[in-house]
Structure formats: structure tokens, C-alpha cells
Design a protein around this ligand. Structure first.
Ligand code: SF4
Length: 266
């Protein structure tokens, strides 16, 4: 397997985002033919069978993704691939095509179930929960595994707002979920937004460790919320049964859970 980058930049400008910090807000993309030539070379010359697209938001231009998928099918490339994107730039028709063209996994930025936080921090990329549901349902229908990225600890976030996120992610029911602690990377809009004397140890950042609290929750409470979020998602009876059907994957998830929180104490 290998990684491919078919575009750079993301216009959504989420306040916490490291992608836009490194790549900017302007979406620049390679043509479908340019991407397909690389995929063909990787597959036919180098025997690559799995590609991870490392674009910040792969389906920003749906027509481009349709063309890439058509090209994969026309060229008969037997590739499995995965990408990251947002539900508002996906629809069932595109997902069906992506699945046919070898897409096996999509990581989706859900971030928060609260509209105020969505607008202020998350590029308003998930305001329509029914549309999001249709995307997650279509992924399931077409055999694409999903992972939902969620965040806890936005500056204005109350425990009740955290519950909105948990309710949304339980409703969407992705195959995997990831809860991160909101972290204000230097240089991001979030970092500029927060006033005060910031002397945080970024070298110890894991993404799961809350480096600071907000006005409603301490850092410890945010971490407790993250731990509780994993439990409330995976320990639902029907979900647990689903996990038990893939013991190897479950063991991986449990190991990852403990290794992430183990690093906290370091
Ligand atoms: S949508 Fe994703 S890549 Fe784009 S700014 Fe938000 S977090 Fe970053």
C-alpha cells in the first residue's frame, strides 16, 4: 500500500485544523488523468494494491472524483483505496460509484453535534443530520467502512453540547469512531481566538490528551468525557455484538484505546 495526494488545501477553515495551517484554504487539485496515471503506475509497475488518499477533503469536487472513479474502472485497476472527506460533499450516487471503483473506507469529519460549534469551529460542515445519516447509510449499503472523527473540549462547549455529539454519532453509527481532545495548535484560528498566557507542552500532545480545560470543563473532565464517549458508543449491546463478530479488530481497538490513554500518564 502507499499514499497518494490528489489535492491540497481546504476552504472550510475549521478553527483547529492543521491541514489548512500547512496547506492553506485554497483548494488546488490534480486533474483526474494526472491522478489516474499515478494510480496506474503504482499498480502495474510497483504492484501496489491499496492506496490511501491523503487529501484533506477528497470529494470537494465531486465531478473530479466521478472522473477518477470512472478512470479506475475503465483501466481495470484492481485497487482498494480510502480517503478522508466531509458528509456535505458526498451523496449516495457518488458513494455507489466510489465503492464500485474500489473505495473501502472513508474517514468523515463529524466533530460536533452542536450547530453553534459547527458554525464557529467546524466550517459548518455537518448541520443537516438527516443528510449525514443518508451518507452513513449509503456507505453501509455499498460496503464502505466509515470512521467518524469527533472532538470534545471546544472553548464554548458545555457537557450538554458533548451529549449532542454523542447522540449524533450513535445515530450515524459508523464502523469506527475517534474522539479527540480539541487542541489549539499554534498558528491556527483557534489558537488566535483563545486569549491568555499559553504555555502548553505540545511535545506531549497525543490528540487524545486535553492540554487545557474550557470555561465549563477542566482538562480532566474533558478527558473523562472522551473515555465515556468511547464507552457509550462501543458498549451499546447491539454494537458490542457487532464488534464481537470481528474479534481481531476488536482486540486492535481495545489495544489502541488503552495505549492512547496510557500515554496520558506519561
Ligand atoms: S474540513 Fe477537515 S480539512 Fe477542511 S478545514 Fe475542516 S478539519 Fe481541516
Amino acid at each position: 500500500m502507499t499514499t497518494v495526494k490528489s489535492s491540497r488545501g481546504c476552504p472550510l477553515n475549521c478553527s483547529f485544523c492543521g491541514y489548512t495551517l500547512a496547506q492553506g484554504l485554497r483548494f488546488r487539485f490534480r486533474s483526474p488523468d494526472h491522478v489516474l496515471a499515478e494510480l496506474e503506475d503504482l499498480h502495474r509497475t510497483h504492484g501496489i494494491r491499496h492506496v490511501v488518499f491523503r487529501d484533506p477533503i477528497f470529494t470537494t469536487r465531486k465531478d473530479r472524483v466521478h472522473a477518477i472513479c470512472d478512470g479506475i474502472l475503465e483501466r481495470g485497476l484492481d485497487l482498494a483505496w480510502q480517503c478522508e472527506t466531509a458528509v456535505k460533499v458526498l451523496d449516495p450516487e457518488l458513494l455507489e460509484k466510489m465503492a464500485k471503483a474500489g473505495c473501502t473506507h472513508i474517514s468523515l469529519g463529524v466533530e460536533s453535534g452542536n450547530d453553534e460549534i459547527q458554525r464557529k469551529h467546524c466550517g459548518a460542515k455537518l448541520l443537516d443530520h438527516d443528510q449525514a445519516q443518508s451518507v452513513f447509510d449509503a456507505c453501509r449499503k455499498y460496503g464502505i467502512e466509515t470512521r467518524a472523527f469527533c472532538m470534545i473540549g471546544f472553548p464554548e462547549e458545555t457537557p450538554a453540547m458533548v451529549e449532542e455529539t454523542l447522540a449524533l454519532v450513535r445515530r450515524l453509527d459508523p464502523d469506527q469512531v475517534q474522539f479527540c481532545a480539541v487542541t489549539a495548535y499554534p498558528g491556527t484560528p483557534l489558537h488566535k481566538m483563545l486569549a491568555g498566557d499559553r504555555d502548553l507542552d505540545y511535545a506531549r500532545m497525543t490528540g487524545f490528551r486535553a492540554l487545557e480545560g474550557n470555561e465549563h470543563m477542566t482538562a480532566e473532565e474533558i478527558e473523562e468525557k472522551i473515555r465515556g464517549a468511547y464507552k457509550s458508543f462501543y458498549l451499546r449491546p447491539h454494537r458490542l455484538l457487532r464488534e464481537l463478530r470481528s474479534p481481531r479488530r476488536l482486540a486492535g481497538k481495545v489495544g489502541r484505546y488503552f495505549s492512547l490513554f496510557g500515554k496520558r500518564g506519561a
